[in-house]
Unconditional design. Structure first.
Length: 275
């Protein structure tokens, strides 16, 4: 799938940043002296959510930012543009992806036209507008203890499948760093559709054995209730289960902690992560 810009910003996590990959499971590592665990160095473009970006650690001002124990330099994320501020030297976008909000600064080329300055994109291409969705590639920076992204590229999203794809890719990379790469027989699409379903069921059963009965009930409700790609809202789950919303939150927190479910359109809407 081609989302534009000649695919020059790929993630190297096996998914190519929503550019032309057919799946998001990490493949063979690319070995290099600068590479970290699994061969993925800090200069690889890492797909993340805004919450992951804001929660990342920086031991001291000159140190690399780290998430899941791994350093990173360039990041990519998607979100809704909730504000645009144009200055003589830069354009600042306020971007919200449902997990957090961050400012994205794009410096204006002194030789760009007036129209380019106002739009923040080249003439003739889709324009960034408030309440529209965008993809950002850039570098996390911190100034006066406030974090922002210095944008290398920011462009509108025209195919909304890209948003869902990015959330899956960010989750897959998080799981790669926290749980390690998949087993050899699970890579490169070797398993059949039926076999993949059986492997997922087996993995789910193993993970569910470590959580409370409440967590298992919430998982089964999410898994077995008809829903859209956005998953189910907490109120719908509570209604299906016939229990208070506060109890549903308790069960969902367990599932979120072990990566069995993930948030979709907001922090109160979840879907089962089937990998």
């Amino acid at each position: 799938m081609d989302y534009g810009y000649n695919n020059q910003y790929t993630t190297s996590y096996g998914a190519n940043g929503g550019a032309d990959g057919g799946g998001f499971v990490a493949g063979e590592p690319q070995s290099s002296p600068a590479a970290g665990r699994g061969g993925y160095g800090k200069d690889t473009v890492r797909p993340m959510t805004i919450k992951q970006i804001l929660d990342s650690q920086q031991p001291h001002p000159d140190a690399d930012f780290r998430a899941d124990g791994e350093p990173f330099g360039l990041v990519t994320f998607v979100g809704q543009v909730t504000g645009i501020s144009t200055q003589p030297t830069n354009i600042t976008y306020r971007v919200d992806d449902g997990t957090g909000i961050i400012e994205v600064k794009q410096w204006i080329d002194a030789e760009s036209s007036k129209e380019d300055r106002m739009d923040g994109v080249e003439s003739g291409k889709p324009k960034l507008v408030e309440n529209g969705y965008c993809r950002v590639w850039g570098k996390l920076k911190s100034f006066n203890n406030k974090r922002h992204i210095g944008a290398h590229v920011i462009r509108p999203i025209t195919d909304f499948n890209e948003i869902n794809y990015h959330l899956l890719e960010a989750t897959a990379v998080h799981l790669f760093f926290t749980r390690g790469p998949p087993q050899a027989n699970q890579t490169h699409g070797q398993q059949t559709t039926n076999g993949g379903g059986q492997q997922f069921a087996s993995a789910a059963d193993g993970a569910l054995s470590s959580i409370s009965p409440l967590g298992r009930k919430v998982f089964q409700t999410l898994k077995n209730t008809a829903q859209s790609n956005e998953g189910l809202h907490v109120q719908m789950i509570a209604s299906q289960m016939g229990m208070p919303v506060s109890e549903v939150y308790k069960g969902a927190e367990e599932l979120l902690a072990i990566g069995m479910i993930f948030t979709t359109v907001d922090d109160n809407t979840w879907a089962v992560l089937e990998v």
